[in-house]
Design a binder for this molecule. Sequence first.
Ligand SMILES: [Fe+2]
Length: 212
Amino acid sequence: MDFSPFVICAPGVRPPKPRGMDAPEGLGDRMRTAAFAEFQAVAAFRWAAERFRDAPPALREAWSAQVGEEARHFGMIRRRMEELGFGLADRPVSTALWDSLQECLTAEEFCIRIASAAPAPLAVYDVGDDDLALSRSIRAEIEKAYGNEFTRYLQSLKKIRRDAMMMIHNKRERTSFLKCIASEEMVHKVRSKGFKEMRRTAEYLLKKAVGS
Ligand SMILES: [Fe+2]
């Protein structure tokens, strides 16, 4: 996979922490992370539409349609970064999202995984009402393909994320909670025990995070 013009961290190496928001570079670091998330989304939807033949044609079409939308998001952030003098290649970024999507074996697993991935702007800026990495049209196709239990899972994911933003005040703990509900283990739990179990686990983790 060609990630240029981004500079990629070596395998197993964490990306450098974003610098403080008191300097302009801090904003640049956050914009770079968000830009790279959009870049990975372009690649991921294009790849999924080609790779997962087990997905219904309408879902694959929705994925393909999303490629242009993600490219537009990437272009917007890239242009703004240029205006502000921030380079995409100034600091290395992590391919963790892309790598985790590559592990998916089925279309359904890809849907779970990409839905659970916290969009970068959410982790970075404490905002975002539509905080799921899936467009409405993709969600509609997912519901048709995998039933409304999946939709309920997406809705609860949204609520759990919103609660986490309000209830976990420590930024580091919040980021680690968001990562945890998108972890490989959680995806396996959904696959083996169903969406209800995922909801219960996420709620339990939130309670634990708030209590700590
Ligand atoms: Fe996007």
